[in-house]
Design a protein around this ligand. Structure first.
Ligand SMILES: NC(=O)C1=CN([C@@H]2O[C@H](COP(=O)(O)OP(=O)(O)OC[C@H]3O[C@@H](n4cnc5c(N)ncnc54)[C@H](OP(=O)(O)O)[C@@H]3O)[C@@H](O)[C@H]2O)C=CC1
Ligand SMILES: O=C(CO)COP(=O)(O)O
Length: 329
């Protein structure tokens, strides 16, 4: 089995190392020459994991033609780059491959989920498996115990990817609700931005518990309206990923929100952010779709207003607290 991991950022590097640990033939592809040389020559990716020594057998390259005879290609680039990467890879392939999607979000223009984007962009495709769940790269690269889910419409390929990645520190479950799972992991990023905002403003643990619980309600409402199964949101790609992203110091979505909360404004974030913060774009997509379809998403609407309409976070928090009083669900 020959694997190529596309994207030498934090998640691509961590996943490529998992495959090395599992003695799978794997090469990491990156567009950034410095990053690739760092991995190939020094066994480190110091931009993302300062001080961490990577597996000695992990090789990296900037030559994309290595995909041509791959059996499995793992895509670990941000959502905005997924379609473009798929089209480039497709022109180089000599046979059909399993694509493992790891990006969490929607296409910025068509609003499609990542599996849909990949299916539309590629012809040399056996199937798409999304490998998603509560998994910060910073912990996986240190081999800390983690669980994720291999989600696919194709049961055989889900099993293949589950076995390929599972080991004594990474336990991979299988799932088949592609819609519910991909919506869960996308939406939790936007809720995590809100969690960071509330912490930055100075609110405490009661507020975070409220945000996670009511955020999950919105994820379910939206996901079920789009065709996902309610029970999926009780699993790793729902509540699991929501908890880790809303509470972890590693989360870039939480960190972005925290800065916005501290400044009581999104201006500083827009001027200075250079990190991958998927929840910001997701908030826009979900806000727009929910408005069109009449899906009630109060937290998403407020985070959208903070990010795109200059609303002050403290005013948004008050708006959420003083809405019409409701039944819980
Ligand atoms: N990090 C994590 O813990 C996890 C991340 N994910 C998801 O994985 C996806 C990838 O994120 P992550 O690895 O964290 O992001 P990073 O920002 O750590 O890395 C992204 C990598 O993709 C590269 N890249 C950016 N744009 C392009 C492009 N147009 N073509 C090719 N390469 C590109 C970047 O290169 P450069 O910087 O040089 O532009 C960088 O090497 C995201 O959707 C994220 O939500 C999922 C689970 C865990
Ligand atoms: O998806 C992730 C953890 O499961 C990574 O979250 P961030 O993108 O917020 O860092």
């Amino acid at each position: 089995m020959k694997c190529v991991v596309i994207g030498s950022g934090s998640w691509g590097t961590a996943l490529a190392q998992v495959l090395c640990d599992n003695k799978v033939h794997v090469t990491l592809w990156g567009k950034n020459k410095n990053e690739v040389e760092d991995v190939e020559l020094h066994h480190q990716n110091s931009r993302f994991f300062p001080g961490v020594v990577l597996h000695p057998n992990l090789h990296a390259t900037t030559d994309l033609t290595i995909v041509k005879d791959a059996d499995v290609i793992v895509l670990s680039v941000p959502t905005i780059a997924v379609e473009e990467m798929c089209r480039k890879i497709d022109t180089l392939l000599e046979k059909s491959v399993i694509i493992v999607n790891t990006a969490k979000g929607f296409h910025p223009e068509t609003n499609e989920r990542m599996s849909e984007v990949i299916r539309h962009a590629m012809t040399h495709l056996s199937s798409v498996v999304s490998l998603i769940g509560p998994s910060h790269a910073e912990e996986v690269v240190l081999r800390m115990l983690t669980t994720i889910c291999a989600v696919s419409q194709n049961k055989e390929d889900a099993i293949c990817i589950q076995k390929l990645f599972s080991n004594d520190y990474l336990r991979v479950y299988r799932g088949h609700d592609e819609i519910g799972s991909e919506i869960g992991v996308a939406l939790k990023n936007a809720i995590a931005v809100a969690s960071g905002v509330l912490s930055g403003v100075g609110y405490g643990d009661n507020t975070k518990a409220a945000l996670i619980t009511r955020g999950l309600t919105e994820m379910i409402r939206y996901g079920v309206a789009m065709g996902g199964k309610q029970e999926t949101f009780m699993g790793l790609t729902g509540i699991g990923d929501l908890i880790v992203t809303c509470t972890s110091k590693h989360s870039r979505n939480f960190q972005a929100g925290y800065e916005i909360g501290i400044h009581n404004s999104a201006d500083y974030f827009w001027k200075n952010n250079k990190k991958t913060v998927e929840g910001v774009r997701t908030a826009k997509v979900v806000h727009e779709v929910a408005q069109k379809r009449g899906i009630e998403m109060p937290i998403i609407n407020e985070i959208y207003k903070v990010l795109y309409e200059g609303k002050k976070p403290k005013d948004s928090a008050q708006e959420l607290m003083l809405r019409d009083l409701k039944e819980e669900m």
